[in-house]
Design a protein around this ligand. Sequence first.
Ligand code: GLA
Length: 397
Amino acid sequence: MRYSHFVHDSTLDAMWREHFSGKPTLFASAPGRVNLIGEHTDYNEGFVFPAAIDRRTNALLRTTAGSFRVLSNQAGPSAQFFPGETVKGRNWARYAAACAKRLQDHTGETPPALEGVLNSHIPSGSGLSSSAALDLCFLTAWNELCRYGFTPKQLALMAAEADNLYVGVQSGIMDQMASALGEEGKALFIDTRSQEYWAHSLPPGIDIAILDTRKPRALAASAYNDRVRECKQAVDAIVLHDPAVKSLRDVTLDQVESAEMNEVVRKRARHVVSENARAIAFRDALESSNLPALGRLARESHESLRNDYEVSCRELDAMARAAWNAPGCVAARMTGAGFGGCCVALVVSDLYLEFEASVRASYGMYGYREPALFRTSAAQGGLAIILGNHSQELSSE
Ligand code: GLA
C-alpha cells in the first residue's frame, strides 16, 4: 500500500525533503483519543469507552547506525539517544526512548536507532493523548521494521509499561489501547481488568465534537497521582470487611457508603464505582440508540467528576453547560484526566454547525481563553507501512 493512499501529509513530505537526502523506508502513524465515558476507572481495573480520533501523529523514518534523531514539526528536534538508554528531562523523545527500552526488555534485542521527521495533528496538552500516539507511532514502526510480530494489543500494553516504568507517569492502559486498537466509526469498550475490548459502532447521523478549553492542565500530574493513592486507600478500608476485594472494580456503592474511611476518599470511591456502572449503561444505550439515556449518563458522569472526584474546573464546567444547552447535543461531558483540557460531545450531524455556534457564543460570555472546537470521527489505530522503492511514495508537492 502506498502511504499516500492512507493519508496525504504534504507537510511531512516537505520536512523530509528539507532535512534528509535519500528516501525514508517507513511511514508510521498513530491517533489521539477521546474518551466517551469511564473516566478515572482504568487504574481501578474498571471500564472505559474511548475512540481513536482522526487527529494523528505521522512520521517518515529510516534506521540509522547513529543515534535516534527525529525532527518534530511541533516540538522541535528530539533529544538524541541510543536505544536502550532513557531520556531525562522534558524532551518529547523520552517517550520514544522508553518504548525502545521496553521493546528491548521484551525481545532481548536492542531495536535500531531511527532518524526522520514527525508531524503531529494532535493538540498537545489538551488531554487527547498526544503522548500515547507518540508511543504507538514508534512502537508500530519498530514492530514493522524489525518484524517482531507483536499484535496491536501487545504494543498498547508495552506502551503503557514504557510510560509507567521509564517515563514515570502513573497512568492506566486506556490511552495506549485506544491509540493502538481504534477502528473507523467505532468506540472501544474496554474491560481494563481482563484487557478485553469490544468495538461498538457509533449511531448513524451522530458526530463527535471536541471542545477544547485550551486551559493549560496545571498540576494535573500531581493531582492525578493523588487520586490514584486515594483510590488505593479506599480499597484498603473496604478490604478489611471483604477480603475478596482487589480493586474498586469489585466494590458496591453500599460498601463505599458503609465502610469507615476519610470523607474525601469516600467521594473518590463513589465516583469510580458509579462511573463503572455508567460506562456499562452507556454502552447498552449506544447499542439500542437510546439517545436520552446517553445524554443523562454523560451529564451524571460530568457531575460526579466535578463533585466527587474533583477533577473538573470552571472552564470545563462552563463548556459542558454550554454544550448541554446547545441545539443537536446528544451527550456532553469533560473527558480525559481533567484540570483543563477538553469536553467531548455527541452531536446530531445535521445540527453540528448550529451546535458549534451556540457553544461558542455561550462559552464566550465567560471571557475565558478562546476555545478550539472541532468535529472528529472515530478512526483507525496505529499503523506502519514499509515504503516501496518507487520515488512517487512522497507526494510531489
Ligand atoms: C489520563 C490517563 C488515562 C486515564 C485518564 C482518566 O488520560 O493517561 O490512563 O486514567 O487520564 O480517565
